[in-house]
Design a protein around this ligand. Structure first.
Ligand code: MSP
Length: 514
């Protein structure tokens, strides 16, 4: 069976990881985990984009060889993944031989097919975007931030015949309405395609840029950044080998909105089409995390969120939960410390963490550390059971549609209902009264089962905490949502030690610039 093959953008090796990189990987990881819970085998790729002018310049500035810089940045990014429980299956680096070989084979193939030609070119070049730009990309007479400063350049280069595939791409997008999600992003692609396309400059003379993959048909040139970077999606899974069809076509490319048009939604499908390869099945373009006031985050403005600081202070699951809960798919979101704290204290510490500690405490205190059997259900119990069944159904649906915020909202509604039930039944009072043992047993067993189901559904978002919950209530692992249903699985289960999952954090002022 082919894997569900999911990729993220590969990060530029010229900086350190920030919230955008962290968010994208958390999102991708949560998607993969949710697919696995449906019994779908997955392959999850992420990696590092190591060539290009900026890496060469940063390395020079720091007195390092470019490869040395990349090696140290790769460690930073891999460390970020480890700290955030990002369980990738493969990490591609574009300086690896397995990648270079595929890039060169692909270029040769396109050259042989007459899709690449050599020509002199005079144009406006943006170092920040690492591409030639066109005047029509100016906004109100100014270059937007992602293009930045532009200089006029004239040189002979190699070009890919992008323009000849425009009609094909339009027809493809009209037929495949969900190629890009959310839908408004696909409309932006079609909008871009209304104007004729320029052919794509795919090379840089080595005199200007040494740090790149050499063109197989001209050793004086290296490939231009996108032609190198995009190919990672096929080089990492063994393009040209038998294993390739185990993964390709990719099921989902997860990327940010800034690299959708033209790179992922125009260049990439056309490159693949030009060599007769299958296209990826879908591209998800997520929005951006902005600083509290809605402005772009940047190191120089001092408003950038350091994901690892959050993971350090509040735990990786708190960071994961926050970004998945707060970001509506495809939209931008503001990162505010107050909002983070509200989610941390309200949802995670109160609704979830408290329920676990209270429950484990009561099972120890009133039942000798083992869950009792539930016995016959009353009306309140049936209500919670129905809500749990409904939540399993709804949350699976939301996860399937990549609507994480809504999935988490529905799971927390179940937790809130469980907490209300706890207040209503007040097992701590029942324990003090004569002859109410069976009611006490029923209340504790019902709470345990509601928590087991909620924890099972929370696995993609907060894998470590969800596992701790399941262990502490003595439940077996939840590995497959298709058989996650209300049961008396906990009857007789031994609970673990009491634990505070999301403790109060004293030094939180350390993060206060937000
Ligand atoms: N190297 C290219 C991608 C090549 S993919 C074949 C690149 N790298 S990047 O490091 O600049 O960005 C990596 C990813 O992080 C992109 O998908 C980008 O959209 C995302 N983000 C960067 N900043 C972001 C935010 N502030 N918020 C959310 N994601 C953003 O582009």
């Amino acid at each position: 069976m082919k894997n569900f093959y999911l990729t993220t953008a590969i990060d530029y090796a010229n900086g350190s990881p920030h919230i955008g990189h962290a968010y994208e990987k958390v999102l991708a990881d949560a998607i993969v985990r949710s697919r696995r819970m449906e019994g779908i085998p997955c392959h999850f790729l992420t990696g590092l984009d190591e060539h290009g002018q900026k890496v060469q310049e940063t390395a020079e500035r720091r007195g390092l060889a470019p490869q040395e810089l990349c090696d140290s940045v790769a460690l930073d990014f891999q460390n970020l993944c480890r700290r955030l429980s990002i369980g990738y299956d493969d990490y591609i680096r574009t300086t690896e031989q397995r990648h270079k070989t595929v890039v060169q084979n692909l270029l040769q193939q396109l050259h042989d097919a007459g899709e690449i030609y050599r020509a002199p070119y005079r144009g406006l070049y943006s170092t920040r975007a690492e591409r030639f730009v066109q005047e029509r990309e100016m906004v109100n007479g100014r270059w937007p931030d992602d293009i930045g400063e532009v200089v006029e350049v004239e040189e002979t280069n190699y070009f890919f015949r992008l323009s000849r595939h425009r009609e094909w791409l339009i027809a493809f997008l009209e037929k495949n309405k969900n190629f890009v999600v959310p839908a408004f992003r696909q409309r932006q692609v079609l909008e871009f395609l209304r104007e004729p396309l320029n052919d794509l400059c795919i090379s840089r003379p080595k005199v200007r840029l040494r740090w790149g993959i050499e063109l197989p048909f001209d050793p004086d040139y290296v490939t231009y950044v996108w032609f190198d970077a995009l190919v990672n999606y096929i080089s990492a899974v063994g393009h040209g080998t038998e294993a390739f069809s185990q993964n390709w076509p990719a099921d989902l490319h997860v990327i940010g909105k800034d690299i959708l048009v033209p790179a992922h939604a125009v260049y990439w499908p056309i490159i693949l089409h030009a060599v007769g390869m299958e296209l990826p099945r879908q591209i998800l373009a997520h929005g951006w995390w902005l600083a509290k006031g809605g402005e772009k985050m940047s190191k120089s403005l001092g408003n950038a969120v350091q994901p690892l600081d959050y993971a350090e202070l509040y735990g990786p699951d708190a960071f994961r939960y926050f970004v998945l809960r707060e970001m509506t798919l495809g939209q931008d979101s503001n990162f505010s410390h107050e909002l983070f704290l509200a989610r941390y204290r309200g949802d995670l510490a109160n609704e979830l963490g408290n329920l676990l500690s209270r429950l484990v405490h009561m099972v120890h205190r009133y039942c000798g550390g083992r869950f009792p059997a539930a016995g016959a259900a009353g009306e309140e119990e049936r209500h919670l059971q129905n809500l749990a069944a409904e939540t399993v159904r709804i949350a699976r649906g939301f996860y399937g549609n990549l609507e994480f915020s809504s999935a988490l909202e529905s799971i927390f509604s179940l937790l809130k209902a469980a907490n209300r039930y706890a207040e209503l039944r007040a097992p701590w009072k029942l324990a003090r009264e004569e002859g109410r043992t069976s009611e006490l047993a029923r209340a504790l067993a019902t709470l345990g089962e509601a928590l087991r189901i909620a924890a099972g559904l929370l696995i993609p978002a907060i894998p470590t905490a969800a596992e701790t919950i399941l262990q502490r209530i003595g439940a077996g692992p939840v590995a497959d949502w298709r058989n996650l249903a209300w049961s008396d699985a906990l009857a007789g289960a031994e609970v673990g030690d009491e634990v505070i999952l999301f403790p109060r954090v004293e030094e939180e002022d350390a993060l206060s610039p937000l």
